[in-house]
Design a protein around this ligand. Structure first.
Ligand code: NAD
Ligand code: TYD
Length: 360
């Protein structure tokens, strides 16, 4: 039985990954989910697995070396999938410090603990033990040439405190691989969307606002481009890299699905009209009139776009869900989980929204 340590498993991608792993491997694996439960961590995301005998949740900070080392002592962890991070660019612009603590120092703490547990006296590592660091395409900066893409060889050029902290964590993982031959991989993925995404990010925020007749705040001219990937395709890519990828390599994950933000918003509005029953009162609330251009994000990267050639060629990964299908699956999921959304937007979220969007 393989034992996984998933960090940040109560967040958006981490919880999807835990579902993905259980669906794929069932009782063949044991998963320990370590999560600090920040505002972005939500145990509701894991309701259907919480009572499985091969699942354990541990509330801990990845910066807490003692707590992390104790897990490596207690279990023979042979897979680490490291998601835990502060992940929202706007929050990083307001307060970068916690991004450095969690994303940089937290990653170093995990690397130290895994290295200490896995390294043998002769400097080699326990066989078939692997660490996967989940990162972002934002470390590569912004593309200006419309024909250009992010390759694994593209020079790092982060601009926001978020992407700078992720770039630093990537470099720390690279340093462990280069210096200690530590058995790891890095994946750099484009923007994800799908179930369990917290409504501070573009797609769930616009969905929630549109359904409630709240303004849709478009930063700048709305023409910034992101490369959207359905979250389950990301999880599949992570798992394939961890099982079949060459150790010490970086793999970019993305599905060649570039859209301007304003196009995304129009697609959401059209899909809502299509999926809501004709007599649903929200049909009248969902309207293009809600689109409101607001002050741009500081240092707003113009375009991200991944070239997924390497992951396709080396591990045979390809995205299964096209955007038109993925956005409908996502909208249906949010329709079926109205209470989940209500819980997310109660309490601190209102304060966040006020701070971020009033007078913008
Ligand atoms: P998220 O914000 O939804 O979830 C982050 C999780 O980490 C939360 O459960 C939170 O409680 C936990 N966490 C935060 N600080 C912690 C700490 N100090 N100790 C333990 N747990 C802590 O993020 P996400 O969107 O699921 O992203 C997961 C990872 O994937 C991140 O590393 C992010 O950089 C990367 N990524 C995200 C995207 C995207 O589009 N969302 C794209 C590419 C890469
Ligand atoms: P976001 O979901 O925050 O992801 P990231 O910044 O990591 O790419 O934002 C996606 C794009 O949407 C980005 O260009 C900023 C823009 N955006 C808005 O226009 N309005 C919003 O309210 C939000 C949250 C994002």
């Amino acid at each position: 039985m393989k034992t996984y340590l998933v960090t940040g498993g109560a967040g958006f991608i981490g919880s999807n990954h835990i579902h993905y792993l259980f669906k794929k491997y069932g009782e063949e694996i044991f998963i320990i989910n370590v999560d600090k439960l920040t505002y972005a961590g939500n145990l509701e995301n894991l309701k259907d697995v919480e009572n499985l005998p091969n699942y354990r949740f541990v509330k801990a900070d990845i910066c807490d070396a003692e707590a992390i080392e104790a897990l490596f002592r207690e279990y023979d962890i042979c897979r680490v999938v490291h998601f835990a991070a502060e992940s929202h660019v706007d929050r990083s612009i307001k307060d970068p410090t916690v991004f450095v603590k969690t994303n940089v120092l937290g990653t170093l703490t995990l690397l130290n603990a895994a290295k200490a547990a896995w390294e043998q006296e002769d400097g080699s590592y326990l066989p078939d033990h692997r660490f996967l660091h989940v990162s972002t395409d934002e470390v590569y900066g912004s593309l200006s040439d419309p024909e250009d893409y992010f390759y694994e060889t593209t020079k790092y050029d982060p601009h926001s405190p978020y992407s700078a902290s992720k770039a630093s964590s990537d470099f720390m993982v690279k340093a462990f691989m280069d210096t200690y031959h530590f058995p790891a991989n890095i994946t750099n993925c484009s923007n994800n969307y799908g179930p369990y995404q917290f409504p501070e990010k573009l797609i769930p925020l616009m969905l929630h606002n549109a359904l409630n007749g709240i303004k849709l705040p478009v930063y700048g001219d709305g023409k910034n481009v992101r490369d959207w990937l359905y979250v389950e395709d990301h999880c599949k890519g992570i798992d394939m890299v961890q099982e079949q990828g060459r150790l010490f390599e970086t793999y970019n994950i993305g599905g060649h699905n570039e859209r301007q933000n304003i196009q995304i918003i129009h697609t959401i509005l059209d899909s809502l009209h299509e999926l809501l029953p004709a007599d649903d009162p929200r049909q009248k609330l969902v309207s293009e009139d809600l689109i409101t251009y607001v002050t741009d994000r500081k240092g707003h990267d113009r375009r991200y776009a991944i070239a997924p050639d390497k992951i396709k060629a080396e591990v045979g990964w390809y995205p299964e869900t096209c955007f038109e299908e993925g956005i409908k699956k996502t909208i249906r999921w949010y329709f079926e989980h109205e209470d989940w959304m209500k819980n997310c937007i109660s309490g601190d979220y209102q304060k966040y929204y006020e701070e971020m969007y009033s007078n913008r």
